[in-house]
Design a protein around this ligand. Structure first.
Ligand SMILES: [Zn+2]
Length: 286
């Protein structure tokens, strides 16, 4: 029959329904239809997430949220819209704490970025705008912007020379006309907490595994970790994941253990986070 729509079809099914009380034969196709319907509704209503364990604090919760790794605001404007931004299940407490840390750290790092760099395009401008009191929407917003701007100014250091230790590589140096250098002071715990959280998220996304207390996460911002030629190992054996122009991840398992791994997270083609995840009992062998 031509031009038959869903309504017509239902009607015809109703019309052909046997009178009440008549035993109906079990029809295999009905079962298949139902199974299919159930699967769809399962996927739609049971996500997120299945295990209800927070990727970061590893506690079990009734309800979890999604956390982007790296944070959404860290992706440059040049990121193609087709890039799927990674996210992991986490609890509300972790999500709130990390999002405050993300913003603080982004402000400190963003003012060291070159505005013409495609790998971090749009980020310095966005951060500068976010601390501009003249762009505030209301009085409360103005106070927050001023507070954040003052904190950022407090972190700036003008120095006669560049320190030999504790300098984050690849950000370059900015020399002023008077021969002094502009530096930004970033608390170590901001960097390490941020980095370890990324490692947990990356491991969950690539490996579908949580990092429990029987593992150690080591972080380094230099090229070598405990005298192992990290770059060689990770690039030779690692699998590359590109999240657009600004974020690249290389992940390599380095033993039979599925969790023991070398990870390089490259942000804005500038900040390299090197990480080694390994079992605590193997500590002496590394
Ligand atoms: Zn948590």
């Amino acid at each position: 029959m031509v031009g038959r729509n869903v309504g017509d079809f239902r009607q015809s099914r109703l019309l052909h329904r046997p009178p009440r009380g008549t035993p109906q034969p079990i029809r295999a196709n009905r079962l298949i239809e139902f199974t299919f319907f159930f699967k769809i509704s399962y996927i739609r209503y049971m996500r997120p997430p299945k295990e209800k364990i927070c990727t970061y604090c590893l506690k079990t919760f009734e309800k979890l949220t999604w956390d982007h790794i790296p944070p959404k605001s860290w992706y440059p404007q040049s990121t193609p819209s087709t890039v799927e931004k990674w996210k992991v299940p986490c609890c509300n407490v972790c999500n709130n704490e990390y999002s405050k840390l993300d913003d603080k750290l982004l402000r400190l790092l963003a003012i060291c970025l070159n505005p013409n760099d495609l790998s971090s395009s749009g980020i310095p401008e966005k951060v500068i705008a976010s601390i501009d009191p003249n762009k505030s929407k209301n009085e409360r917003d103005r106070r927050i912007r001023e507070k954040n701007r003052n904190k950022l100014i407090e972190s700036l250091i003008i120095s006669e020379n560049i320190p030999e230790e504790g300098l984050l590589p690849n950000f370059g140096s900015q020399i002023m006309h008077n021969g002094k250098y502009k530096l930004v002071k970033i608390p170590d715990d901001h960097l390490f907490t941020f980095s370890k959280r990324l490692v947990r998220g990356v491991t969950f996304t690539i490996n579908n595994n949580l990092i429990y207390d029987n593992y150690l996460i080591e972080i380094s911002y230099k090229e070598l970790l405990n005298a192992i030629d990290f770059i060689y190992l990770v690039t030779k054996h690692g699998k590359q994941y590109s999240l657009g122009t600004g974020i690249n991840i290389t992940y390599a398992n380095f033993s039979d253990d599925p969790l023991s791994s070398l990870i390089r997270i490259r942000i804005w083609n500038k900040w390299d986070i090197y990480s080694m995840v390994y079992r605590k009992e193997n500590y002496n062998y590394i």
